[in-house]
Design a binder for this molecule. Structure first.
Ligand code: NAD
Ligand code: TYD
Length: 360
């Protein structure tokens, strides 16, 4: 079996469901159930004995050691993290705690377990670390996309703590020989995406008649990848990746934030039009920019394609259409999340963002 950390979050839960749809190997799913963890994401696995959910913290080495001893996984896939840039700006301590200290404690527990395994199991073992393209910093409009050799230059507390975790993973391979793999992926979207991030926030706000907040001029560029494609890439890296290597994962799909929001409005105009017949675009509001906002991310995903034969299956058009439909079909999921804690986050993040004029 495998052990997944953070498997109740957006990407982790998609991965666990996807993993069990592609084979019969059981998953131990260790998740702290922070605000971002949601067991509803895993409801399709209710009654499936191949999924073992454990409520716990990657930073709790005693608990992690006991789990490793009990289940003897052949691999640990590390998704657990604090993952939202805006939250990292307003409260960086939790990011240091989970992304840096948590990863360190997890690595220590895994190293202790792995080093005591019999030869064959030790050789076959893998630690796969799921990371982000944000560790590379920001690009100018004409810069080449991030390659695996691009120097790290993280700009937010989120990306700095992810970069630190990547370095720890690298060091555990280099120093102790731990068989690690690291993936650095671009922005994901798809089902179960927590509505603090741009795409699900815009879908939820549009339907609720609320403002669609664009930070700054909306001309920041992100590369977007459908979450199912990311899950397939992780499976491929786990099975075929070379030990100690890192793989950049991306969708070859750079878009400005404004064009993403326009696309979402256009899809919603077709699938779920406003009662007054106007376009959802009228709800767009320009607000104060994110401090230190990275201007452009772009991923050179040629290494994983060349060496492991992975490339994305979804186009942005196909993936975003499925995503919007998922949110329309799962309004209960969105409503359950929009509890008191979510509302106080929205208040904290947006109340102080003065509405601005676009500077196009
Ligand atoms: P998420 O915030 O939706 O989920 C994180 C999960 O980790 C939650 O279930 C949470 O409860 C759990 N968790 C947090 N702290 C924990 C702890 N101390 N112990 C155990 N569980 C804990 O995040 P996501 O978007 O699913 O991202 C998953 C991983 O992928 C992260 O490492 C993130 O950096 C990386 N990543 C995300 C994206 C993206 O676009 N979302 C892109 C590239 C990489
Ligand atoms: P986000 O989904 O938070 O992902 P990340 O910061 O990891 O890229 O944001 C995606 C982009 O959308 C980013 O450039 C910030 C911008 N954004 C807005 O313009 N308005 C919003 O309300 C949010 C949440 C994000």
């Amino acid at each position: 079996m495998i052990l997944v950390s953070g498997g109740a979050g957006f990407i982790g839960s998609n991965f666990v469901v996807d993993w069990l749809a592609h084979g019969n190997e059981s998953v131990i799913n260790l998740d702290k159930l922070t605000y971002a963890g949601n067991l509803q994401n895993l409801h399709s696995l209710n009654g499936d004995s191949r999924h073992i959910f454990v409520h716990g913290d990657i930073g709790d080495t005693t608990q992690v050691a006991a789990l490793l001893k009990q289940y003897r996984p052949r691999a640990v896939l590390h998704f657990a993290a604090e993952s939202h840039v805006d939250r990292s700006i307003l409260g960086p301590a939790a990011f240091v705690e989970t992304n840096v200290n948590g990863t360190f404690n997890l690595l220590e527990a895994v190293r202790c377990y792995w080093s005591a395994l019999p030869d064959a199991e030790r050789l076959a073992f893998r630690f796969l670390h799921v990371s982000t393209d944000e560790v590379y910093g920001t690009l100018g409009p004409d810069d080449a996309p991030f390659a695996e050799t691009t120097p790290y230059a993280p700009n937010s507390p989120y990306s700095a703590t992810k970069a630190a975790s990547d370095h720890l993973v690298r060091a555990y391979h280099h120093t102790y020989g731990l068989p690690t793999l690291t993936t650095n992926c671009s922005n994901n979207y798809g089902p179960c995406h927590f509505p603090e991030k741009l795409i699900p926030l815009v879908i939820a706000n549009a339907r609720a008649g609320k403002a669609l907040p664009i930070y700054g001029d909306g001309q920041q560029v992100r590369d977007w990848l459908y979450v199912g494609d990311h899950c397939a890439a992780i499976r491929r890296v786990l099975e075929q990746g070379a030990i100690g290597e890192t793989y950049n994962v991306g969708g070859w799909n750079e878009m400005t934030n404004l064009s993403v929001v326009h696309e979402l409005c256009d899809i919603l105009d077709r699938l779920d039009p406003r009662q007054d017949g106007a376009s959802y675009r009228i709800q767009i509001v320009y607000v104060a920019d994110r401090p230190g906002h990275d201007r452009r991310y772009a991923i050179d995903a040629r290494k994983i394609e060349r060496e492991l034969g992975w490339k994305p299956v979804e186009t942005f058009e196909s993936g975003i259409a499925k995503t919007v439909q998922w949110y329309l079909d799962h309004q209960d999921w969105v409503q359950n999340i929009q509890s008191g804690a979510y509302l106080s986050w929205v208040q904290q993040n947006y109340a102080q963002r003065a509405i601005t004029e676009p500077t196009l």
